[in-house]
Write a protein that binds this ligand. Structure first.
Ligand code: BT5
Length: 307
């Protein structure tokens, strides 16, 4: 979002200010203040001009300005109504050398899951990709994927959706999928040059627009304010990113996989047993008839107890 507009919003977030006051604080002309206020109105903000000055009376439901409103984090939001895939756009930004960007879209025309599976992304979702440069070796990147799942589940729980995490990073309500995460990265063994966490959340979408065994926030708790949800998601993620020791314990607390009978399809075998733990940076520990298995990647299915 345009920097001056962002500063105006930050100022107005704490209360009304007059045009001259804003002009002085931001060191711009009164005419410039007026122009930016008009531009914000066009972006969907309702800004009243009262005797006390400009006052924000409503913020748009979604979009860069709406997400950045009151967001005190080092990320820049890039919003698109429709893109092929926010991960693909974030990859372009990564190659241009950009970091700490969140690409957000209302709709994706070519959303992707893991192993190039299709990810259904109609309008009304929160399709976003967070691009950053973590200071860790490549092999430890999965811990951030777990963090993204924790952040998503926490944001969902904060609005009354009973979300849990299925290993490695599906967010479920009961047996139905509410959100999925696709991480992509580039770097040398000892250091990542970038990591993209693509998070797809079925927000204000009806189940009829989604595949079988999928659910949405709208279905579980009614429509949400997507800007608020995205802010909460980023706040939760950032707290975990800056205190990585807390990621695994939080993941364990929110997981519906631990203690369950599971079948995990890894790239070269099928493991069946009871999921007993998750190990840094994100391996699943499964107790099988023939001993413990430590699994780094795979698709996990929760089995009914009798299966
Ligand atoms: C995932 O893959 O769960 C990762 C999904 C990541 C999507 C985000 S959206 C923003 C960013 N941009 C992208 O292009 N992608 C990321 P996986 O575990 O492979 O699950 C894919 C499977 O989930 C599909 O084969 C379907 O069975 C199912 N599925 C597809 N769309 C879904 C949806 N909207 N909700 C729930 N399940 C879905």
């Amino acid at each position: 979002m345009q920097k001056t507009r962002e500063r105006i919003l930050t100022q107005l977030a704490t209360g009304s200010l007059s045009g001259p006051e804003l002009a002085e604080t931001l060191d711009i002309s009164r005419a410039a203040v007026w122009k930016h206020i008009e531009a914000l109105r066009e972006e969907g903000f309702s800004i009243a001009s009262t005797e006390a000055g400009y006052e924000i009376t409503a913020i748009p439901e979604f979009g860069a300005a709406a997400i950045e409103f009151g967001l005190d984090l080092p990320y820049t939001i890039q919003y698109h109504e429709s893109v092929e895939s926010t991960n693909a756009t974030a990859r372009e930004r990564a190659r241009e050398g950009k970091r700490d960007i969140v690409v957000v879209a209302d709709e994706q025309t070519g959303g992707r899951g893991r192993l190039d599976r299709e990810w259904s992304s109609p309008a009304g979702g929160i399709w976003c990709s967070l691009l950053f440069e973590p200071d860790i070796p490549l092999a430890q990147a999965p811990v951030f994927t777990l963090a993204a799942a924790v952040a998503t589940a926490r944001a969902a729980r904060s609005i009354g959706v009973d979300a849990t995490i299925k290993w490695p990073n599906d967010v479920l309500v009961g047996d139905n999928k509410l959100a999925g995460i696709l991480s992509e990265m580039e770097g040398e063994a000892d250091r990542l040059s970038w990591l993209i966490l693509g998070i797809g959340i079925n927000a204000n979408i009806s189940a009829t627009e989604l595949p079988d065994r999928a659910t949405s926030i709208a279905e579980e708790a009614g429509s949400c304010n997507r800007a608020e949800f995205t802010r909460k998601l980023l706040q939760e993620f950032h707290a975990l990113r800056t205190d990585t020791e807390t990621i695994l314990p939080a993941w364990r607390d929110l997981s519906s996989t631990l203690g369950r009978s599971v079948r995990v399809e890894t790239p070269n075998r099928t493991v069946r047993g009871t999921a007993v733990d998750v190990r840094y940076p994100g391996q699943l520990v499964v107790e099988t008839d023939t001993g413990r298995e430590i699994i780094s990647t795979g698709d996990c299915e929760h089995l009914r107890p009798q299966q």
